[in-house]
Design a protein around this ligand. Structure first.
Ligand code: PLP
Length: 253
């Protein structure tokens, strides 16, 4: 059976990141992506110029319509944009007990440009980290959320937020290979990938959505994370220059 994945994320008109990336990745991995769009961004493959958030009342009505109709096997959260939207998502997650939740705590685009209010990190830590199954920050996001520097220190702080597993990705690091570190109650997991040349638009969104799609199929967390990283690596190997900025991953898998 094709599992339903509830995606709560922002729209990137370039088609590289955000909800486009989520839909493509989940569809490619055999799930149905149902979407609640938190905000519309103004951006291209080069940078973010701004964003506008969707009214919480509209999001609530959309969520109610979906929950009246569908069961969900996983949830993926990307750009949230504001504490009010974060509190709405927390209320929604409380109506989906036992459903795995992948939280990509988006604060800014990889190419630069904020994607949320200043107070988003604090609200994410208070309301969404304790409700998530796994969080997938990149290193700059993890350091900003944790208020410390270094992958080990950030991982330890974020684990204490109540999220049982935190995967910190190393795409933004200066290391020769990309190292992704998993912090969880069971210990630490590590994955390494050859660093591909170029920079990519929507790689974090693709990873979190791929993980949600695998969890929705009932696959255990570490295996879901391994398969999601394999998938992302393939999408990046086949990425292409659609605009003048970052490369766009080919999410056909
Ligand atoms: N969500 C939205 C709506 C975005 O526009 C972006 C980046 O532009 C992101 C998330 C994060 O993208 P990435 O996967 O490159 O970190």
């Amino acid at each position: 059976m094709k599992p339903n994945v509830l995606v709560i994320a922002g729209h990137d008109p370039s088609g590289g990141a955000g909800i486009h990336a989520d839909i493509e990745a989940i569809h490619s991995l055999g799930g149905l992506p149902a979407t609640l769009i938190t905000g519309l961004t103004v951006q291209n493959s080069q940078n973010v110029r701004g964003f506008e958030l969707v009214n919480v009342d509209l999001l609530e009505r959309q969520a109610e319509a979906l929950l009246d109709d569908m069961n969900f096997q996983a949830v993926k959260i990307g750009m949230t944009g504001s504490p009010a939207i974060i509190r709405f998502i927390a209320r929604l997650l409380d109506q989906l007990p036992g459903v795995p939740v992948v939280l990509d705590p988006v604060l800014a685009a990889e190419a630069g440009g904020s994607l949320g209010a200043q107070s988003v990190p604090e609200a994410l830590l208070e309301h969404l980290f304790p409700r998530a199954t796994v969080a997938t920050p990149n290193l700059p996001e993890a350091e900003r959320l944790a208020g410390v520097t270094g992958v080990q220190a950030a991982g330890e702080v974020l684990l204490r937020s109540g999220c049982p597993a935190v995967l910190i990705t190393g795409t933004h690091d200066q290391t020769e290979a990309v190292h992704n570190h998993l912090f969880s109650a069971e210990g630490v997991g590590d994955w390494s990938w050859p660093r591909l040349p170029g920079s990519f638009h929507g790689s974090g969104c693709t990873l979190a959505s791929a993980c949600a799609a695998r969890l929705a199929h009932g696959i255990a967390l570490e295996e879901a994370l391994t398969e999601a990283q394999d998938y992302v690596y393939r999408t990046l190997q086949n990425a292409w220059q659609a605009g003048r900025g970052q490369l766009i991953p080919d999410r056909r898998g």
